[in-house]
Design a protein around this ligand. Structure first.
Ligand code: PEP
Ligand code: MN
Length: 338
């Protein structure tokens, strides 16, 4: 439930409410808005304790959060969350571009890609060092050596680094090199991983499970948020449907829907969603038109020779076309590239 404090409430009154929440064994989450303070009360069946607050001063009303996800819900935080990724702001009115190769394959190709995408306005470099491949016989990523290359590309270009972590045991290692931790589609319901990235102190890019509902996805975000980590960015990357003509089906409904249900930023990965480079630009533009806060796009210097996901990777020229169109689109929407 949410305890909405009156705009006249004093600090000692807010503190008394917080103390009461703790005394009954629930968890307080304070959210300070421009005109009033909200105290979220987290715990199962919190609303049953409503009466315990009836004698405290400074309370305007007590509202039940009807959604199963609480900290992630728009009810809990009416204003959009902006996630700070090493100084780059993800969320709000800006549109952020995260780009890079599906896998870090080597130093030279990574640097070449990083320099190119940085020059065209990307702010985050995305490349996988630990790859969740469907087949155990395909390229699995360079591991820590790949993380070092990402960190080097950051110091050369200023791009912030986002990269996937697959197991709880690797969180500390990946967090040492990355500005943001990606949880992939296959791990969206790996709850011990979600808790560990929640404790890492790093912002998290949480991809939607390919067969997960929006509610399950927001509950996955809740696992991260409930560890005290407020830096969650959601990423829609396509879901499984009956349609085999594209790799997945991009659920663009999710963009405005999630923006209604939650205050968390949402970005779109049109590369995984379509599986085909020729569909990436149109779907990227459609995503931003629908209100996405950013894009995650696969870019490779020579897609034909990529060790993973070459078919859906843009070459440099394709990326340039996308960025040129995106510039015009954000202008038309009175938004800005961050
Ligand atoms: C990727 O981003 O390269 C990737 C493996 O993503 P997903 O988890 O969405 O398949
Ligand atoms: Mn990929």
């Amino acid at each position: 439930m949410i305890i909405v404090m009156s705009h006249l409430a004093t600090e000692p009154q807010v503190a008394a409410v917080v103390d009461k929440v703790k005394e009954i064994g629930l968890k307080p989450e304070i959210s300070r808005g421009e005109d009033r303070t909200l105290v979220g009360v987290i715990g199962s069946n919190a609303y049953a304790y409503k009466e315990a607050f009836s004698h405290l001063g400074g309370i305007k009303e007590i509202v039940q959060i009807t959604k199963p996800f609480k900290l992630a819900s728009r009810e809990f935080r009416p204003h959009d969350t902006v996630v700070d990724v090493g100084g780059v702001r993800v969320g709000g009115e800006g549109v952020v571009v995260m780009a890079g190769p599906c896998s870090v394959e080597g130093e030279e190709m990574l640097l070449q890609t990083a320099r190119h995408v940085a020059g065209r306005g990307a702010k985050l470099l995305r490349g996988g060092a630990f790859k969740p491949r469907t087949s155990p016989y395909t390229f699995q990523g360079l591991g820590e050596a790949g993380l070092k290359m990402l960190a080097q590309a950051r110091s050369e270009t200023g791009l912030r680094v986002v990269t996937e972590v697959m197991t709880p045991g690797d969180v500390e290692l990946v967090a040492r090199y990355a500005d943001m931790l990606q949880v992939g589609t296959r791990n969206m319901q790996n709850y011990s991983l979600l808790q560990e990235v929640g404790r890492s102190g790093r912002p998290v890019l949480l991809k939607r499970g390919m067969s997960s509902t929006v509610e399950e996805w927001l509950l996955a975000a809740e696992y991260v948020l409930s560890q005290g980590n407020r830096g969650v960015v959601l990423c829609e990357r396509g879901i499984r449907t009956f349609e085999p003509a594209t790799r997945f089906t991009l659920d663009l409904n999710a963009v405005p829907l999630v923006r209604e249900l939650s205050h968390l930023p949402i970005v779109i990965d049109p590369s995984q969603a379509t599986g085909r480079w020729s569909l990436v630009r149109p779907m990227a533009l459609a995503a931003v038109a629908a209100g996405a806060h950013g894009l995650l796009v696969e870019v490779h210097p020579n897609p034909a020779e990529a060790l993973s996901d070459g078919a859906q990777s843009l070459d440099f020229e394709g990326f340039d076309r996308l960025m040129a169109d995106l510039g015009r689109l954000v202008d038309a929407m009175s938004r800005e590239l961050v």
